[in-house]
Write a protein that binds this ligand. Structure first.
Ligand SMILES: [Zn+2]
Ligand SMILES: [Zn+2]
Length: 313
């Protein structure tokens, strides 16, 4: 479907240490009726309750095996089993994913009622869903780690109603058939004439895309080959720019570096996440990112929701 809604729930925006206000990393993306989790930090299931998202998780993508990014899976699968889930749950992640899945299974005191499948991802791996795909890319975090791009399939071009009428197509069901890609036949001056979608549809339009970097130093040069003009870039911004040395040491990014990435990728919106517990306010982060990136910059709080509409074009 090309007209699906697309929402991002920031369920956990903390860095390695949670705070009373921020849970460990967990980003939920809901597209139409599909729900994907990107990272699943401790307490993710309670964040889902607080955000009233329900528990219909279709897949979990883990960026790397630092504990702040995956400890929530164990609790979540217990709850899913308890409330009667029987559908398999695929979990995607870098090397060690199979061991992680098996550890989660064996942590369960009682047998889970549904299977957990594990799929190892590496740079360039791609998982197809109906109407979109999720691509993995390598990041720079001092260990094997990756980020993910959710990319919708292209949308049909804009329907040119005036042109259709000029060609003699009567408004009504034939309009819908042309928009669905069918050729229609009309009678014009006593002759059958075929009107093709190409006669009345504009050029195809790109779908929406979201990039989630997970924990990383800036890696937008690699990313540029995979995705540009994302609707949303969710970037590691553990530190503000004053802590650039520290960021380099521990393989994280500053808000200013996230801003540079957003500018290089021509993102529409930048969301700064993985905020270190040392910060009470994100004012400095917002200032640092906005200095280099002129698009929308957000430092979401836990439970914030962002809707990504189609671009007007
Ligand atoms: Zn982390
Ligand atoms: Zn990490």
């Amino acid at each position: 479907m090309s007209g699906e809604t697309l929402h991002v729930f920031f369920l956990g925006t903390a860095g390695a240490l949670p705070t009373p206000m921020r849970n460990p990393p967990c980003i939920m993306v809901r597209r139409g009726s599909d729900t994907l989790l990107f990272d699943c930090g401790e307490g993710a299931q309670q964040q889902m309750m607080r955000a009233r998202t329900g528990f219909t998780v279709d897949a979990i993508f883990i960026t790397h095996w630092h504990a702040d990014h995956f400890l929530g899976i164990a609790g979540l699968v217990q709850t899913l089993s308890f409330i009667g889930r029987t559908d398999p749950l695929p979990v995607y992640g870098p090397a060690w994913i199979h061991e992680a899945a098996s550890a989660i299974r064996s942590l369960s005191r009682f047998n889970l009622r549904f299977p957990i499948s594990s799929v190892q991802m590496s740079h360039g791996s791609e998982i197809r869903f109906t109407g979109y795909r999720v691509k993995a890319f390598a990041t720079d975090h001092g260990m094997e780690s990756m980020g993910y791009i959710l990319e919708e399939d292209g949308r049909p071009g804009r329907f040119n109603r005036e042109e259709a009428i000029r060609l003699g197509v009567p408004p009504g069901p034939l309009f819908g058939r042309l928009q669905r890609g069918e050729t229609v036949c009309i009678a014009r001056d006593g002759e059958d004439v075929h009107i093709t979608p190409g006669d009345v549809m504009g050029p195809p339009r790109p779908g929406r895309s979201i990039i989630y970097t997970g924990d990383t130093r800036p890696i937008h040069r690699t990313l540029l080959d995979l995705c540009s003009n994302p609707d949303l870039l969710i970037h590691d911004a553990t530190y503000d720019d004053q802590e650039i040395e520290r960021a380099r040491e521990v393989y994280h990014a500053t808000a200013g570096e996230a801003g540079e990435a957003a500018r290089a990728l021509n993102a529409r919106t930048l969301a700064l996440v993985h905020i270190s517990s040392r910060y009470i306010s994100t004012a400095g982060h917002l200032k640092d990112a906005s200095r280099v990136f002129s698009g929308t910059v957000l430092a979401p709080s836990d439970l914030d929701v962002l809707e990504l509409p189609f671009r007007e074009d």
